[in-house]
Design a protein around this ligand. Structure first.
Ligand code: GLA
Length: 387
């Protein structure tokens, strides 16, 4: 990858001498879905796939972007004086959003950049290609301009830019997982206060498999933002009867005792998911610590059911993948992962069942959905780096 982006840099912009090459990972979430904007816990890990960039400073204020994943768009030009979102800017709205967010915090770039990107996260797979691009941007800006920010800030700035520049009201999970990733570890993050612990996720006798449905339904962002506001409304209603800051503050029992305050059945289901999913996540990490992979898997399965029925962010294609996975002997747990409405599932599968899993789930998906699923045995990697 390093050679590829440098070669492309040279082809497009001439001299690649002095260009730095950087990487930031995508992520997969093991459990704790749609809890990160509800003050709950999440349990994601950084992947070894992600986004790469070759970057070099210019002497003027011009910005030139090129992505090897969007060849047909060619070089997209902009300037430090034009850090505003636009449809025409396409994918460059992500790096531009991060540059804008740094400037908002008083960290202004004093010259433009030439940039070539290449990523190996499948597009639209829900493995956080956008968060990896945001963290990558923050990481090279820090390196090139000496901005005084920690990796946690890179996550927060990435999220801020996505919320306020790109109009997606995402939580902090994806950017945090990318910026703070640690090889062979998942991150047990409490989104209420950003306290976190690393938990080793080297599974004895089992693998983590990500299955890509190769489906991405439209209106994902608006459906996501809608779920978020439903939860906010439910929280307001609950606050009239119980003293909490977020849905993550409630146990299942407390929720059941107070849910009458929520005056709408849909909102009640959404809030129920947020509360129960948070408790499942806490329990899952405990189970992992106790080497109880069976319980971890059962909690993953329950997470899927809740995301399907109460939070309603799954879709037929993903449900087929999960149902078929559950049928295979040696599958410890399987669920949808990420924001939903397509994308990927994550499964824990015993070593000896991995090949059968791919064959059976792949064939059933082809037969029932008429599409090909892709399977990746996942490796958990580190956060961003300069190569
Ligand atoms: C998307 C968002 C995250 C998180 C997940 C759902 O990936 O970017 O912040 O809310 O969906 O868990």
């Amino acid at each position: 990858m390093k050679e590829q982006v440098l070669k492309k840099f040279e082809d497009l912009y001439g001299d690649a001498g002095g260009a730095g090459v950087y990487f930031a990972p995508g992520r997969v979430n093991m459990i704790g879905e749609h809890t990160d904007y509800n003050g709950g816990h999440v349990f994601p890990c950084a992947l070894t796939i992600g986004t790469y960039a070759a970057v070099k400073k210019r002497t003027d204020r011009k910005l030139r972007f090129y992505s090897m994943n969007f060849d047909s768009m060619g070089v997209i030009e902009s300037s430090l004086d034009d850090l505003t979102p636009s449809d025409a800017a396409g994918w460059t709205n992500y790096p531009k959003g991060v540059m804008w967010a740094f400037a908002e915090r008083g960290m202004k770039m004093d010259c433009g950049l030439d940039i070539v990107l290449n990523g190996n996260i499948p597009n639209g797979s829900g493995l956080s290609s956008s968060a990896s691009l945001e963290v990558l941007t923050g990481f090279y800006l820090r390196d090139l301009f000496g901005f005084d920010v920690a990796n946690v800030d890179l996550a927060l700035i990435g999220q801020y830019s996505e919320n306020n520049f790109n109009g997606m009201n995402c939580g902090i999970m994806d950017q945090f997982a990318s910026a703070m990733g640690k090889k062979d570890n998942a991150i047990f993050l409490d989104t209420a206060d950003l306290s976190y612990q690393y938990a080793p996720l080297v599974l004895d006798g089992a693998k983590i498999i990500v299955t890509n449905s190769n489906v991405k339904h439209s209106l994902v962002n608006s459906a996501y933002n809608e779920r978020r506001s439903e939860c906010e409304k439910a929280l307001e209603e609950l606050k009239t009867v119980v003293d909490i800051k977020g849905l993550g503050d409630l146990s299942e029992k407390q929720f059941e005792a107070n849910k009458g305050a929520i005056k709408d059945e849909i909102r009640k289901k959404r809030a129920k998911h947020a509360v129960y999913e948070n408790q499942r996540t806490i329990r899952a990490v405990e189970a992992l610590k106790n080497n109880n992979l069976k319980e971890f898997g059962e909690l993953m399965n329950a997470s899927h059911v809740s995301l399907r029925d109460d939070y309603e962010v799954s879709c037929d294609e993903i449900d087929v993948l999960v149902e078929e996975a559950w049928k295979v002997d040696g599958v410890i747990g399987s669920r949808i992962t990420g924001g939903g409405f397509g994308g990927c599932t994550v499964s824990i599968v015993k070593d000896e069942a991995v090949e059968t899993f791919k064959e059976k789930v792949g064939a059933a998906y082809q037969e029932r959905v008429g599409k090909t699923a892709d399977f990746y045995v996942v490796e958990i990697g580190d956060g961003p780096s300069k190569l």
